[in-house]
Ligand binder design. Structure first.
Ligand SMILES: Cc1cc2nc3c(=O)[nH]c(=O)nc-3n(C[C@H](O)[C@H](O)[C@H](O)COP(=O)(O)OP(=O)(O)OC[C@H]3O[C@@H](n4cnc5c(N)ncnc54)[C@H](O)[C@@H]3O)c2cc1C
Length: 336
């Protein structure tokens, strides 16, 4: 198979592929189609044969499978070495990583080893041309992300060196339909891992059960500073319970200590796309909107008719939460 493809580092935990890696495979397909190249996955771990085959349905042309007991769990040195070796062998033009704890650790190590660029925390990726010093670089990767506290959206390019690399936030890339039976191949490599790389060992891993599932929620009721107090925020939680929804929050509400950080939506929280997002007493700062503007339907409740959240809301209720939320719950219960 030709080189110069779009590669995704597919992160797994006990053989379960991270959601962000699937999102990236879907985006990689789109980028590869516009570049007329193939999609490759870099899949590292142990006992992954079945999971590797399953990746093909995401229209992956080639899964580079590297299995070893030393790769069963992420440790920086072996993973970096194996990825660097693979990139040198396959010479992709683009490599994408999820902006997870693993991706944020691994990406910079690889960038440093290969002396190439890396843009962290991208929220969009596009292909386009770039002029630099009289040279036109054709079809390079636009790595797009908020900058300066989210006040501008920056497009970053690294045209001179390949691969162009980026980490991408979870939840921002759309999933596309799988194609069972897609004709791709799984190529297994024997990873070369010297003993000098085995300097750390995972003795035990303790998994904290997730109690908040913002990304999977169909309905999110989110509260902000307009709640006024912890007690006020509890009313928003009650509305969420009545609608069988997940509770979201602005960063300001999290910082005020009214709700746990796991509920934060936005640039430094979770990116969500529910069917319905109800923003209660949230002004709609650019950083908050970055995490929820793609929701299918947005209802905003705010006492200030000029609040920016109304610019993206499909339905707006101008009023005090203290009046609107109890009326909302009552009306819903009467209808249900
Ligand atoms: C680098 C960086 C990253 C950030 N990341 C995030 C992020 O991930 N997520 C995030 O949310 N923010 C983030 N922020 C913070 C962001 O800039 C805003 O400060 C924050 O979103 C504001 O939260 P808020 O809308 O709850 O509060 P405010 O902006 O204070 O808005 C409160 C709103 O409530 C309304 N209101 C007041 N009283 C009532 C009432 N009784 N009834 C109805 N409405 C009422 C007001 O009219 C107002 O519109 C970030 C900031 C920076 C610099």
């Amino acid at each position: 198979m030709n080189k110069n493809n779009v590669m995704v580092f597919v992160q797994q935990d006990d053989g379960v592929v991270a959601d962000v890696s699937i999102e990236l495979l879907c985006k990689a397909r789109e980028l590869a189609d516009s570049l007329h190249v193939s999609v490759e996955a870099a899949f590292l771990g142990d006992k992954l044969a079945a999971a590797a085959k399953a990746l093909l349905a995401y229209k992956v042309d080639r899964v580079n499978l590297m299995q070893s007991e030393h790769l069963a769990h992420y440790t920086p040195l072996p993973y970096t070495q194996v990825m660097v070796d693979l990139i040198k062998e396959r010479e992709p033009q683009i490599v994408l990583y999820g902006a997870t704890t693993t991706g944020r650790d691994l990406g910079p190590r690889i960038a440093s080893a290969l002396k190439v660029g890396l843009t962290a925390d991208c929220t969009d990726l596009q292909i386009g041309d770039h002029e630099l010093g009289g040279t036109t670089y054709k079809n390079i990767l636009y790595q797009i992300r908020p900058a300066f506290g989210g006040n501008i959206i920056a497009t970053i390019v690294s045209p001179e060196k390949k691969p162009q690399m980026a980490t991408v936030r979870e939840g921002v890339m759309k999933l596309t339909a799988q194609e069972p039976g897609y004709k791709g191949e799984v190529i297994e490599y024997k990873p070369g891992i010297g003993v000098d790389l085995l300097v750390s060992q995972i003795l035990e891993s303790v998994r904290e059960e997730k109690t908040v599932n913002l990304k999977g929620a169909q309905i999110i009721v989110a509260g902000g500073m307009g709640a006024g107090s912890k007690e006020g925020f509890d009313q928003i939680v009650k509305l969420a319970q009545a609608l069988n929804a997940e509770v979201g929050a602005s960063r300001a509400a999290v910082d005020a200590g009214w709700v746990n950080k796991a509920h934060q939506v936005g640039q430094t929280g979770t990116t969500v796309r529910p069917k319905l997002y109800i923003a209660c007493g949230i002004s709609g700062s650019i950083q908050h909107r970055a995490g929820m503007a793609e929701s299918s339907r947005i209802i905003a409740i705010n006492s200030d008719p000029q609040a920016p959240i109304f610019q993206i809301a499909h339905y707006g209720i101008i009023g005090d939460l203290k009046d609107v939320i109890p009326a909302f719950i009552k009306a819903y219960k009467n209808k249900a």
